[in-house]
Design a protein around this ligand. Structure first.
Ligand SMILES: [Zn+2]
Ligand SMILES: [Zn+2]
Length: 226
């Protein structure tokens, strides 16, 4: 059966809800407004529509959260987004995938979603290393850069969804060679300065924690040529 379809705006809210709930972050109006780039009254109005449509429930203690129907719809939006990113990865540079996929994801039918899943060999993560719904285990062992120590060898594995939203961050990371699959070395991690310096592709790249917290890596035991 074809799933009930919602507007692109509602689908965008569902994606953000899903990410925050998955990560155990509180879903509060101000945070939604900030992440979606809209005003608080707009968020309040949209949440009312989502409650009416049975996607979200308001809980006095826990705040708004997804209903089973909301969760299922959100997971489908996430899958369509990530599969579209893989499709576009054949044609576009890595830093442009998210934005283009974001505009296209709302038009993908259930049939096309299933066909893409087959064609793309059932990926567990998107091109930025974020897990398709149900594949959270695939990314569980990766560590965010501020938690790494001087001298550790790593492979960059994931740029969190909330950083994908920022095209400037993605372009900077791509230009710096900090993309999924890159080998790197932690030259220094200075909590007092809130800066991690990586050696990647023979160059040193300093990242503030504000960006570094969104970059996850796999630790490797053998030092690697970077
Ligand atoms: Zn994306
Ligand atoms: Zn992605």
């Amino acid at each position: 059966m074809e799933q009930e379809k919602f507007s692109p705006t509602i689908e965008d809210y569902l994606s953000i809800f899903y990410i925050l709930e998955r990560d155990g972050e509180p879903v509060i109006g101000v945070r939604l407004a900030e992440l979606l780039g809209v005003s608080s009254p707009t968020v309040t109005n949209t949440l009312k529509r989502m409650v009416r449509d049975g996607l979200v429930v308001m809980d006095d203690k826990k705040g708004p959260h997804l209903t089973p129907k909301g969760l299922e719809t959100a997971q489908s939006v996430m899958r369509r987004h990530m599969l579209t990113e893989w499709l576009l990865a054949r044609m576009l540079s890595w830093s442009k995938l998210h934005k283009e996929a974001h505009d296209m994801e709302h038009t993908i039918s259930d049939e096309l979603e299933a066909a893409l899943m087959e064609e793309l060999n059932h990926p567990e993560v998107c091109p930025h290393g974020n897990p398709l719904p149900g594949h959270e285990d695939a990314v569980a062992s990766w560590v965010c850069l501020p938690d790494l120590k001087n001298g550790q060898s790593i492979i960059i594995r994931r740029i969190h969804e909330l950083a994908e939203e920022n095209t400037k961050i993605l372009s900077f990371l791509e230009e710096s060679g900090v993309i999924t699959g890159s080998r790197a070395f932690i030259k220094s991690n200075l909590p007092i300065n809130e800066t991690v310096t990586l050696t990647v592709g023979g160059k040193d790249i300093a990242l503030g924690y504000a960006v570094a917290k969104y970059v996850y890596a796999e630790l490797v035991k053998q030092p690697l040529a970077v």
